[in-house]
Design a protein around this ligand. Structure first.
Ligand SMILES: *Cc1c(COP(=O)(O)O)cnc(C)c1O
Length: 347
């Protein structure tokens, strides 16, 4: 049994999803003639109570298009230091938008009330102009931590008081919403733009959406094209996204519960120094004596794959392709392989 806990991007399309893809009517989306892409964009815009949406190849592209459309060169963007836009997008905001980052040190990737007031720069010729706030829900490097809508609303109010635009990196927003019971519309109403990934826990093979006002999305569409993100018969991919939104949202609660099962088991292991609070499908933990590299090597001998998130830090991510039985198997192997978990021999 191979258990892939590397990332929730590891999902394979289900047979029913593939059927939906094969059956999709398609056209040339650069001419806006792909009915399935148009349907996906309209569906998602409506779901979030926003005017328009843009289907893109990746979440990096949707986030970076948002930064490009909200800022001008030499502006700065406020984000938490663990943010995906800062950590994992190659620093491309400096190339595409010529902006800098104003990093906030929050808690588990979450910005705290008051931190935006403190970070916004006053208007002097020698200071960058603070223009945009980016919030990430759930926060990946923060261990899948959840912002509630009330927490986010406080931050947005602070940002708006300073005239900032607000973007939500909602790559895993639905993993949060199945826990809080909040609706996409509540989040769409709060933010100027939202980025949503279909290729993470939702299980589609490719694709992200940028959602916002029509005028901003029109501008983003121009940049998507010049960056090489204008796809032709992309309806085959959009069909997977539509299928995922219909069938794979509610089940994210199972992924979250499975990650929490892993977290509980890890807390019982003597070789594990600490396990971060596990609210959604990401479980991050620190090892006591062992490096992440040797720990992962031992897991690999049992066909269990995971990711190093630091010299002694490991990340387990659950998703559509990880079953309850696989979690049982991982928990079983973990306790077997921890030398100090072996009970002492009684003499
Ligand atoms: C995965 C992810 C993205 C987008 O990544 P791509 O690989 O470019 O699709 C953006 N933000 C967060 C928080 C993510 O986890």
């Amino acid at each position: 049994m191979l258990v892939n806990l590397i990332s929730d991007t590891a999902t394979q399309p289900t047979p029913a999803m593939l059927e939906a893809m094969f059956a999709a009517p398609v056209g040339d989306d650069v001419f806006r003639q792909d009915p399935t892409v148009n349907q996906l964009e309209a569906t998602v815009a409506d779901m979030f109570g926003m005017e328009a949406a843009l289907f893109c190849p990746s979440g990096t592209m949707t986030n970076q298009l948002a930064i490009k459309c909200h800022t001008r060169p030499l502006d700065e963007v406020i984000c938490e230091e663990k943010s995906h836009i800062y950590q994992y997008e190659g620093g491309v905001y400096s190339l595409l938008s010529s902006v800098s980052m104003n990093l906030v040190h929050g808690e588990r990737g979450k910005i705290l009330p008051g931190q935006i007031d403190a970070a916004v720069k006053p208007e002097y010729d020698w200071l960058p102009r603070t223009r945009l706030l980016v919030v990430e829900n759930t926060c990946n490097k923060g261990g899948g931590s959840i912002y509630t809508i009330d927490e986010a609303a406080l931050l947005v109010r602070e940002a708006r008081a300073h005239g900032l635009a607000v973007h939500l990196d909602g790559a895993r927003l639905f993993n949060a919403l199945v826990e809080t019971g909040e609706t996409p519309r509540q989040w769409g109403t709060l933010f100027d733009t939202v980025s949503l990934c279909l290729s993470k826990g939702l299980g589609a093979p490719v694709g992200s959406l940028l959602i916002g006002k029509q005028s901003l999305i029109d501008e983003a569409r121009r940049y998507r094209k010049v960056l090489g993100g204008g796809m032709r018969q992309a309806g085959y991919l959009a069909a997977a996204g539509l299928y995922a939104l219909d069938h794979h949202v509610d089940r994210l609660a199972e992924d979250n519960a499975r990650a929490r099962r892993l977290a509980a088991a890890l807390r019982d292991l003597p070789g594990v120094a600490s396990v971060a609070d596990t609210e959604t499908n990401i479980c991050i933990f620190d090892l006591r004596d062992e490096t992440a590299a040797t720990f992962l090597e031992r897991l690999r001998e049992h066909d269990i794959l995971a990711t190093a998130f630091g010299p002694r830090t490991v990340r387990f991510t659950t998703h559509l392709g990880v079953t309850e039985e696989q979690i049982d198997y991982v928990i079983d192997r973990l306790s077997l392989r921890s030398p100090r978990a072996v009970p002492p021999v009684r003499g």
